[in-house]
Design a protein around this ligand. Structure first.
Ligand code: PGA
Length: 231
């Protein structure tokens, strides 16, 4: 099981206090993804640290971007790519997401690549089509790479308090795995009180946690639920 905390553009918990609280939890790989400026402090505290994005070129005239080599230099172990907030607010295409993922994997980083449908797409009955396009872009570029993990994050469940039901999430995860055989994390309003039933689903291999990762105790209890689910 993998539990990753996506801190988004928030400061997040104090890294050494978080590391101390997580130290006793076994059976789950815990990742934190702070803003770029938080990477070094988290690495310094001994946390497995991912960036929230990564560029595909090693260096160049790309204002505002950070390369895989720079992340490695900072001690990061990987990067999230294709988060729906990147796709929605910053116009990231499937092609760009695939290039980011491929470059990061090629440099030796881990990757959590996010996919998921909007409410409108689900209402139109287009969920599988959307997931297929997003997953195939990543799969065509990276293949079933052993450092690649996918995250199913239905856009309508992110930051809304509306979690996908375990059955609905399970169905989407099984579909995603039929397209690309890699672990799939669930993301979208994962909280301490719904983590156990989500993590109990056979094709849910962990969680990508936003809001609830900003508080040490709620993040730790989600990690504990994930650890218990496969023990
Ligand atoms: P949320 O965010 O847990 O606050 O819904 C999840 C995410 O965006 O990764």
């Amino acid at each position: 099981m993998i539990v990753a905390g996506n801190w988004k553009m928030f400061v997040g918990p104090e890294p050494s206090a978080l590391a101390a609280r997580l130290a006793s939890i076994e059976g789950v790989d815990v990742v934190v993804a702070p803003a770029y400026t938080g990477i070094c402090p988290c690495v310094g505290a001994g946390l497995t640290t991912y960036a929230q994005n990564v560029h595909w070129e090693p260096e160049g005239a790309y204002t505002g971007e950070v390369s895989p080599a720079m992340l490695l230099e900072a001690g990061a172990a990987g990067a999230i790519v294709g988060h729906s907030e990147r796709r929605q607010y910053f116009g990231e295409s499937d092609t760009a997401v695939a290039r980011r993922a491929r470059a990061a994997l090629g440099a030796g980083l881990g990757v959590i690549a996010c996919v998921g449908e909007t409410q409108e797409e689900r209402d139109m009955g287009d969920t599988e089509t959307v997931l297929r396009v997003q997953v195939e872009a990543i799969g065509d570029s990276c293949g079933p790479h052993d450092r690649l993990v996918l995250a199913y994050e239905p856009v309508w469940a992110i930051g809304t308090g509306r979690t996908a039901t375990p059955e609905l999430a399970q169905e989407a995860h099984a579909f995603i795995k039929s397209l690309l055989d890699r672990p799939v994390l669930y993301g979208g309003s994962v909280k301490p009180d719904n983590a156990a039933e989500l993590m109990a689903q056979p094709d849910i291999d962990g969680a990508l946690v936003g809001g609830a990762s900003l508080e040490i105790d709620s993040f730790a209890s989600i990690c504990e639920a994930a650890a218990r689910s496969r023990s």
